[in-house]
Design a protein around this ligand. Structure first.
Ligand SMILES: [Mn+2]
Length: 252
């Protein structure tokens, strides 16, 4: 795809809407909506790269309460003809057609490559990639298992949603502040992942979320790894102007 002159592609992730409480989530939701509203006239496309929600599970006929502003804004943007793309995160992987049907937004469950203006992008949430993290990789298999997902769906929502909110809280408690520092080239497992991919294919840009730390790291042959940070601490996003990519911070 060729981006029309003057237009840009925006990438953002990890809003974790729904936590830690309604008031602060609503505050962040309104900021994301304001951002989307401001960039839409410049946007050739907008990518949301996972963990939009702190927890999302679509029942057969029912979706979770709340989040009406952001869902409405996303619908408005795609209705106006600007494409949006969504990658599930580890907190909102339980999607089942609602975004496609209601918002006209494709939902991707795995990293995927795109080409804009001759530049190759590999885009994904980033969870479960690279070396290590065996515990999470095992858990992810269970979470992604159709049978386990449908078992969860039989639970009455007030029980299912309570269990999910509880476990999402404890998973955050586990990661906490250890996310806040760059661990160095050798220990950042998404950098290891990018290097592994680059051995057999060239990408100009690797765009991931999940790490909750804005990172713009140069790899070999002018390739870059961009981590989108989050909208909890950093309010960070990436912008591709057709030639270069920039990691930016939204004033709040
Ligand atoms: Mn996240």
């Amino acid at each position: 795809m060729q981006i029309p002159a003057g237009k840009k592609i925006f990438f953002l992730s990890d809003f974790h809407l729904g936590v830690p409480d309604h008031a602060s989530s609503l505050h962040r939701e309104k900021l994301v909506v304001k951002f989307l509203d401001e960039v839409k006239s410049d946007a050739a496309a907008i990518f949301i790269v996972g963990d939009l929600f702190d927890f999302w599970y679509e029942y057969k006929k029912v979706v979770p309460k709340g989040f009406v502003r952001i869902l409405g804004k996303m619908a408005e943007i795609t209705d106006s003809g600007i494409p949006m793309y969504f990658f599930v995160g580890n907190h909102d992987m339980w999607m089942d057609g609602y975004f496609e049907q209601e918002l006209n937004i494709p939902v991707y469950f795995e990293p995927r490559d795109f080409e804009f203006n001759g530049k190759r992008f590999l885009i994904g949430h980033g969870d479960g990639l690279g070396p290590g993290d065996k515990g999470y990789k095992f858990l992810k298999k269970i979470f992604r298992n159709k049978f386990c997902q449908s078992l969860f769906g039989i639970l009455p929502p007030y029980i299912g949603m309570s269990i999910a909110h509880q476990s999402s809280k404890s998973s955050r408690a586990l990661t906490g502040e250890s996310d806040a520092k760059f661990l160095g080239e050798a220990n950042e497992w998404l950098i290891s992942y990018c290097k592994e991919v680059l051995k057999s294919a060239h990408f100009d840009y690797f765009i991931f979320g999940h790490r909750h730390l804005p990172i713009n790291f140069p790899l070999k042959d002018n390739s870059r790894y961009i981590n989108l940070g989050d909208w909890i601490r950093y309010y960070s996003y990436a912008e591709f102007d057709g030639e270069n990519i920039y990691l930016k911070y939204y004033p709040h």
